[in-house]
Every structure is written in C-alpha cells, then in structure tokens.
Ligand binder design. Structure first.
Ligand SMILES: Nc1ncnc2c1ncn2[C@@H]1O[C@H](COP(=O)(O)OP(=O)(O)O)[C@@H](O)[C@H]1O
Ligand SMILES: [Mg+2]
Length: 262
C-alpha cells in the first residue's frame, strides 16, 4: 500500500469535449505535489473527480491503498480526503471558530454533516471539537478572529479559514484548487506556510495552482497538465526549463525570468 493519493488512467469527457485524458499521477504522503497548466487544461475537473463531485468515465482514485467510489463526494471525509475550492467555500453567517468546528464534526461523524443539524450532541463532543478548532486557529495565527463572522474577514484570511477547516478533518490527503487565486500578495507567505505545514504533518498535498512562484517555491514534484493530458512532470527546476511547458503557457518564444517568477 502506498501512502497518499494515486490517480490512474483518469479520463472525463463533457459531450464531445475530452477534458481529461488518461491522467496518472501520485501525491505521496508528507509532500507537496503540484499540478500546473493553462486555463482550461482540466485542473478543476481533476480536483472534482478526486473529491467525488464529478464521476470519471475511466480510471481510479486511490487514497492510502483504498479505491474511492467514483462520484460519491460524501464518502470522502470518511476516507480522510479534504479539498478546498477555487472559489472560496466558507459557511457565511457562522464565526471563524464555528467554520473550523464544522471540519472537526465531519471527521467525528464520518462526513455526515446532517447529523449535526438533526441530532442532539453531547456537551463533551462539542467541547472537544471547539478545543481542537481553537488549537488550529492558534497555530495558524487566526486566534484573534475566532469569534468574527467569517464574511467580515479580508479575503486572504477567509481563505486560510477554509484551509484550517479542511485541516480540522484530520485529512490524510488534501486537494487545493488554486488557493492563491485572488489573494493579495501579503497573504502569499501565510498561505505557503500553511500548505508547507500540511505536508510537514504527513499529509499528501495535491496543489493545483496557477501561481508559478508559489508552486516552484514549495513543491517537491510538479505535474504539467495541458489539454487534459500530462504533458511532463519533474522537479520544479526540470519543469521550468522544459520548452514544452513554456510553450503551453505562453505560446512559442522564450519565457522571461520575470514571467517565470511572478
Ligand atoms: N460541467 C462542465 N460541462 C461542460 N464543460 C465543462 C464542465 N466543466 C469544465 N468544462 C470544460 O472543461 C475544460 C476544463 O475546465 P477546468 O477543469 O475548469 O480547467 P482548469 O481548472 O484547468 O482551468 C474547459 O474547456 C471547461 O469549459
Ligand atoms: Mg480551475
């Protein structure tokens, strides 16, 4: 059994549009594997297949040796697979602490968030969950925000809350879909530290990202997706020097240092 995420031969078409073609990649436990590629390459579709929001036409998604049932998003929490979305997904009308506690509840109840709404909970469960949530907020510098409504936070902090909520699930694998999208530059460092912290905790991180600087600074392995296929993969340095990658991003012609590092 290999620890982490293993995707093998995943294909997906929408009507006549082949969005993913025979995609195979690994995100081993305890490290950051990046998926980069131009807009429309199929990155979010891949994240949706992994997290069960989209059912693939072919191929398998395996977490810690267990094959996940295609298209069953609610079983993912039980398998300790978490994800964040390209668009921010937080629970508005709830405080930061309550948002993070939702992640911890989904762990306790095997992903059945409905239990939280329906059933009475013991005070002890509730206290444990809130203590765990507070500890995570401390760790990521959000303790001062615990009682703020999540929608009152600047975007960069709300994005961190989304990530901390996923961490509260105690995931073994996480898929992050463009976590840096829309973030102000000042939020880049806390974001990078949070992602690096996930890997340091032993989580297998699949980082889907357009921001090259972030990818190249924290990833161990980079997979380049283009038109639904793996174009190439390797270390950040190898991928940055690959002429096909430069062409997929920018069309023919040399890539400047500035373009690669922004
Ligand atoms: N639900 C859908 N129905 C039809 N086409 C889709 C759907 N989702 C994505 N696509 C198409 O699949 C391609 C890949 O999209 P996406 O996975 O979002 O790429 P990326 O995240 O790399 O920008 C695009 O051409 C997009 O228009
Ligand atoms: Mg996308």
């Amino acid at each position: 059994m290999s620890a982490g995420l293993q995707i093998s031969g995943v294909s997906k078409a929408y009507g006549g549009l082949q969005v993913l073609r025979d995609v195979t990649l690994r995100a081993p436990a305890g490290s950051i594997t990046a998926v980069i590629g131009p807009n429309g390459a199929g990155k979010s579709t891949l994240a949706n297949v992994i997290s069960g929001f989209v059912t693939q036409d072919a191929g398998t998604v395996v977490v810690n040796g267990a094959t996940l049932p295609p298209g069953r998003a609610m079983t993912r929490a039980a398998r300790r697979l978490g994800r964040t979305f390209q668009n921010l997904e937080v629970f508005t009308g709830m405080t930061v602490l309550q948002n993070v506690a939702m992640g911890a509840y989904s762990r306790q109840r095997g992903g059945h968030l409905a239990d939280l709404v329906r059933g009475p909970r013991s005070r002890r469960d509730e206290r444990e969950v809130h203590e765990a949530a507070r500890a995570l907020l401390d760790r990521f510098g959000l303790e001062g925000r615990a009682d703020s409504l999540v929608e009152s936070l600047p975007f960069g902090e709300a994005k961190l809350v989304e990530m901390v909520r996923v961490l509260a699930m105690e995931p073994e694998v996480v898929v992050l879909d463009e976590p840096a999208a829309g973030l102000p530059p000042a939020s880049a460092l806390p974001l990078a530290q949070t992602i690096a912290g996930m890997a340091a905790d032993g989580i297998g991180v699949l980082l889907i990202e357009h921001n090259m600087k972030l990818v190249m600074s924290i990833s161990e392995h980079v997979v380049v997706l283009d038109q639904g296929q793996v174009l190439t993969e390797g270390t950040p340095t190898q991928v940055q020097q690959d002429a096909r990658v430069i062409e997929a991003y920018l069309g023919p012609g040399p890539m400047t240092t500035e373009e690669l590092t922004r």
